[in-house]
Design a protein around this ligand. Structure first.
Ligand SMILES: [Zn+2]
Ligand SMILES: [Zn+2]
Length: 244
């Protein structure tokens, strides 16, 4: 796994790591600049952030400029890392990314965003998959990503099914992914936008020995550090039964 190592093997309830490893900016679909997100991270007391910007195989030259902007940030109170969130393309774990971009990054995150052939996010079974089929597809794509040596973090595992069907993913599938993450050394992301019970997942990661990355999935300054606030019990977690 790449340096610097800020991916955690053990997370103590009384000492939540001050590292938010999932945020987006105006370089893609976020609402705030790199500088604004970083300032907010400092205000929140974060010591590490990963700018996990979306990029695709077709993404242009902007990524280098984005990376330079992140690397130019002040490092005295909060270190900022350059990252990418790539879509998992197929059941071989192929990433929708260019080698030039991957090699620029400190950490590479792979996430399941669409099922093969799907062009937009569809709620429930509108995509033509039953819940069981959808979980199986997402599980297989995530397992394939875990086996890809280019991947450092598995982004929001089974999160598409959690959001699509408004529920927490089944324990057996989550635990199987966590076991494989422990096996391959890829960090299992606990993402508060997709996961309703972060501490439960952390406990499962601990028992399997899987590395963990904490992610707020922040697309605005107000979301920076949200996973830390949820883990500390000062902000409500996502409630599947209350979602539309
Ligand atoms: Zn994502
Ligand atoms: Zn994201």
């Amino acid at each position: 796994m790449k340096e610097p190592l800020q991916i955690f093997q053990g997370i103590d309830r009384s000492d939540v790591p001050a590292a938010d490893f999932h945020m987006h900016t105006t370089w893609t679909d976020g609402q705030a600049s790199v500088a604004a997100m970083h300032s907010r991270a400092i205000e929140c007391g974060l010591e590490w952030v990963l700018f996990s910007e979306h990029a695709r195989r077709t993404s242009g030259e902007w990524f280098d400029e984005f990376a330079q902007e992140v690397r130019a940030l002040p490092t005295d109170s909060c270190r900022a890392l350059v990252g990418v969130e790539c879509k998992v393309d197929d059941f071989d774990g192929t990433l929708d990314a260019r080698e030039g971009i991957l090699s620029t990054c400190d950490l590479v995150m792979a996430s399941v965003h669409r099922f093969p052939g799907e062009v937009t996010f569809l709620k429930g079974d509108a995509a033509g998959y039953s819940k069981k089929e959808a979980i199986d597809l997402e599980f297989r794509l995530a397992m394939a990503a875990l086996a890809n040596p280019l991947v450092d973090i598995l982004g929001h595992p089974l999160g598409m099914c959690c959001r699509r069907f408004g529920h927490e993913a089944p324990e057996d599938a989550m635990r199987a992914l966590i076991a494989e993450a422990a096996n391959t050394g890829v960090a299992f992301e606990i993402n508060c936008h997709y996961h309703a019970d972060p501490w439960q997942l952390i406990d499962w990661c601990h028992s399997a020995g899987a590395p963990i990355a904490l992610g707020s999935n922040a697309h605005s300054v107000s979301e920076v550090g949200r996973i830390q606030r949820i883990l500390k019990g000062v902000e409500e977690a996502w409630n599947p039964s209350g979602s539309s």
